[in-house]
Design a binder for this molecule. Structure first.
Ligand code: PLP
Length: 392
């Protein structure tokens, strides 16, 4: 079976975890978590990173630290992993869903304003599948209405919006290090920010609201959402491989685009954005049949997300046409950073075979990958990818 994703453990991770074990550094107070935080903040380009036990906790703690509470509303894209919405619910607040764009699959900035009320406190743009959202438009709206911007960058390690790293654009950035994410610690997450007070507050919320100095005096109710030292150690190994892990995702996507653009739609990569292609998502009306066909060939795939407004806890009778269309027609192909060329060729050949054999001539909705004419990719793509990022 070729899996949709697999973590990649190499000498680098083993070295760090062994070192932690040999030095008896298994306590989250051993210094390794701090070391990981500093290394991660540097990668994202923020002053601070606060490591936690999951991406969901990262969003929850960020919202808590910003004072989100019962009665508040937070804007969330309808098409996302459920954790974005549940983190809002855990604060006692209400997620308010907004439909996504049919070309990027990200929250549609033009549809946000109509959902803003006097109760709205924050917007959570999700950089879906590694593609940064339209942050200028979102920031402008947030400023006009006095809202916080909490980036859900769980799928976007290393992604860039106009040359700025995802996770360093909003008031806070939230990352996941779940095993299928581009950078992983098995389970884990981090919150990035340039705001010292916010970082201090998040550290306290993370651990029982312990004060910075002194012990066993708790001004508020905190949680235990700490990252473990061994997870941080593993993560330090992954951070050494930052470029490799991210560039491999991009290279996988480039090869898929080159060979499959004739058959399926993919979200456009917005000019001046660096899309890191967490998962290679495709859009085709033959989705269910294609998934079945690939499964028989030993290729694992997965559907795109189920829209939040269709989930039992968030059931709504409103319409989110794009999100509903994506739910029916999107799926992702094997996308691991460690995917071999041989395995990827098997996937490519199988997808081709499906479409050729079935003689479907109106392969995709748009006939071509939806890239505006004359667009070239300019902002720091990895050196080795510079020449043909968009010319495939
Ligand atoms: C993975 C993911 C999360 C949750 O992260 P966990 O570490 O699994 O809690 C949140 N948002 C998005 C968009 C994700 O993909």
């Amino acid at each position: 079976m070729i899996h949709v994703c697999e973590p990649s453990t190499t000498k680098a991770e083993i070295k760090w975890v062994n070192k932690a074990l040999k030095e008896n550094k298994i306590s989250s107070a051993s210094g390794l978590v701090e070391k990981f935080e500093q290394a991660f903040a540097k990668r994202i380009g923020t002053k601070y990173a606060v490591a936690v036990n999951s991406g969901t906790s990262a969003i929850f703690i960020a919202l808590k630290a910003l004072g989100i509470k019962e009665g508040d509303e937070v804007i969330v894209p309808d098409f996302t992993m459920i954790a974005t919405a549940t983190a809002v619910s855990h604060c006692g607040a209400t997620p308010v869903f907004v439909d996504v764009e049919d070309d990027t699959f990200n929250i549609d900035p033009d549809l946000i304003e109509e959902k803003i009320t006097t109760k709205t406190k924050a917007i959570i743009p999700v950089h879906l599948y590694g593609q940064p959202c339209k942050m200028d438009e979102i920031r402008a709206l947030a400023d006009r209405y006095g809202l916080f911007v909490v980036e859900d960058a769980a799928e976007a390690h290393g992604a860039e919006y106009r040359g700025i790293r995802a996770g360093s654009i909003g008031d806070v950035g939230c990352f996941s290090f779940y095993a299928n994410k581009i950078i992983t610690t098995g389970e884990g997450g981090a919150i990035t920010t340039n705001n010292k007070e916010l970082a201090d507050e998040m550290r306290m919320i993370r651990a029982f609201y312990f004060p910075k100095a002194g012990h066993f005096w708790h001004k508020k109710i905190g949680y235990n959402m700490r990252m473990s030292s061994l997870e941080a150690a593993y993560g330090l190994g992954q951070l050494e491989r930052w470029n490799e892990l991210i560039n491999n995702r991009i290279k996988n996507a480039q090869r898929y685009i080159k060979h499959l653009k004739k058959y399926v739609d993919i979200p456009i990569s917005v000019p001046n954005n660096k899309n890191v292609f967490w998962m290679f998502i495709i859009h085709t009306k033959y989705r269910d049949e294609l998934m079945e066909f690939l499964e028989k060939k030993g290729i694992e795939t997965r559907t795109g997300f189920t829209p939040c407004h269709l989930q039992p806890p968030y059931k709504e009778n409103k319409e989110y046409p794009v999100s509903e269309d994506l739910a029916k027609k999107t799926m992702y192909l094997p996308s691991a950073s460690s995917l071999t060329k041989k395995d990827q060729n098997k996937v490519i050949d199988a997808v081709k075979e499906y479409f050729e054999k079935n003689k479907i001539d109106d392969y995709n909705l748009h006939g071509e990958i939806r890239l505006p004419a004359g667009i070239t990719y300019t902002l720091n793509p990895p050196q080795d990818l510079q020449t043909d990022y968009y010319n495939i």
